[in-house]
Design a binder for this molecule. Structure first.
Ligand code: SF4
Length: 248
């Protein structure tokens, strides 16, 4: 639960100070979510635009940077201000939230209202992640593939930037989970082993593997790695906290 009701004049002042956030392009909004920030009831802002092209992407409408979104930041503020007593946190998801510098002002606006801030990112913009981290309380960080193998999964050579971003996150002390979506077209046991070793060396303590889902929500065929109990348990032993999220 968050702060008490604010007066109309205080709300007007907040809106004035939130002006920089108005340029945030937003592709969607979920007013109540229990699954996007561990242990928190959160509103989720789906930021428009993503520099990656993951083959399993479920949100292709969010990829174009300039697509006209149905909602403005002010629309979302007005919904959130009405429901703030029921919300703990606001999560910036995407798309890729760090594709827009205005996300910093948007996070600041939400912090001013007393919310914890969650961030979902693939770490494609290390400088903006560094600027955002002091405003953020929890990060869900997607590692798409071994860092030298991003092109196959994402269509872009984004692994070097993702590595720098993850190093920055781990050093920052901000709570996080690192997760990898297992898309069998490119990610099998060998790649999972490589990623687990690489992440452990970087000091990652919490790792989640999640099955990629087809549009009908069933898992992609060929993903037997996550059904091999011995393999999963060996991987789990490399981390303080480990989880597999199955598609169904
Ligand atoms: S990072 Fe997310 S939004 Fe961007 S292409 Fe990949 S799955 Fe889609």
């Amino acid at each position: 639960m968050k702060s008490a009701n604010i007066s109309k004049s205080a709300a007007r002042n907040l809106l004035q100070r939130d002006k920089g956030a108005s340029s945030l392009r937003i592709g969607g909004f979920e007013p109540f979510s229990t699954v996007d920030y561990p242990g928190r009831l959160a509103a989720v802002i789906f930021c428009q635009g993503c520099p990656l092209r993951c083959g399993y992407c479920h949100n292709p409408d969010l990829i174009p940077a300039r697509a006209a979104g149905p909602l403005s930041f002010e629309d979302i503020l007005s919904v959130i201000d009405r429901r703030k007593d029921f919300l703990d946190a606001v999560v910036f998801s995407g798309g890729e939230p760090l594709a827009q510098a205005a996300v910093i002002q948007a996070m600041t606006a939400m912090r001013r209202r007393g919310f914890e801030i969650g961030l979902h990112t693939a770490g494609t913009n290390p400088a903006l992640l560094e600027a955002a981290l002091p405003l953020v309380d929890w990060v869900g960080f997607d590692v798409k593939a071994p860092f030298d193998g991003y092109r196959g999964v994402t269509g872009a050579d984004a692994g070097a930037k993702a590595r720098v971003s993850l190093e920055t996150l781990v050093k920052s002390g901000v709570p996080y989970e690192v997760r990898t979506t297992i898309w069998p077209a490119w990610i099998g046991k060998a790649e999972i082993c490589m990623m687990a070793s690489m992440l452990r060396e970087m000091g990652v303590r919490r790792y989640v593997l999640q099955e990629a889902r087809m549009p009908d929500r069933n898992p992609y065929p060929g993903g037997e790695a996550l059904n091999d109990a011995a393999f999963v348990s060996e991987t789990a032993a490399m981390f303080d906290a480990f989880e597999v999220r199955y598609a169904s």
